[in-house]
Design a binder for this molecule. Sequence first.
Ligand code: SAM
Length: 231
Amino acid sequence: MHVFSCEQFQKLMASSGFRGPWHSLVDLGAGDGATTAHVAHLFEKVYATDISAPMRWALAKKKFTVLDVEKWYESGPFDVILCLNLLDRCDRPNTLLRRLKSSLAPGGRLVVALVLPFSPYVEVGERGDHKPSEYLPVKGNGLEGQIASLVDRVFAPLSLRCLVWSKLPYLCEGDLGQAYYFLDDVVFVLEAQPDSSRYSASEWMDTEPSGREFRNLPQQQTGYERKCNTA
Ligand SMILES: C[S@@+](CC[C@H](N)C(=O)[O-])C[C@H]1O[C@@H](n2cnc3c(N)ncnc32)[C@H](O)[C@@H]1O
């Protein structure tokens, strides 16, 4: 599974205004750690979690410190938290988002990736029907509507401010019919705001970019076009 290269990650972090420190990274729901491995060398300490035992084994083999899925935050706070393609796969995404916010070090960044259109599917959940126990209010037609809905209805109420987002191709493992799938993944770089300061996507989208918009990200091997926006 491939989400971003090290170069793309660094570009996103720089565009969000993050200048460090680069002490600690935690990648939640890291899968086999392929994406973690692209950025791990930037940090002094790298932690990862996954609910699946084979994935935890793969993560430990890559020498990441594997934390308990229920207690990972006890090793925080973290300078950077990755939550890549997990919110639509976990049973309690709202609870997780609140925990993510409270586990960020001051000035830290939360990087969330989601396949859009949003389509949650929980393998092991309390309901037993593959639907999540907690509902994320993602609405809207088309990619931009869903992005605005995530910024306004999911992140803003938790005082998570979107600094940068980018659309990337998500290369993930396929099935018997097709070896790999390319999906539209949207990556958000968020910062924790004091609870009183709320904002909205309309405010964010109507505002002129503060000179940080960039369109010339280096093309990756896939040749997929990528678009980045900053707030
Ligand atoms: C779609 S994969 C994403 C893997 C990787 N982050 C990526 O973006 O390629 C979702 C992963 O989250 C794991 N997962 C699901 N619920 C989880 C939870 N509550 N805590 C940690 N990992 C979880 C699954 O086992 C799976 O490896």
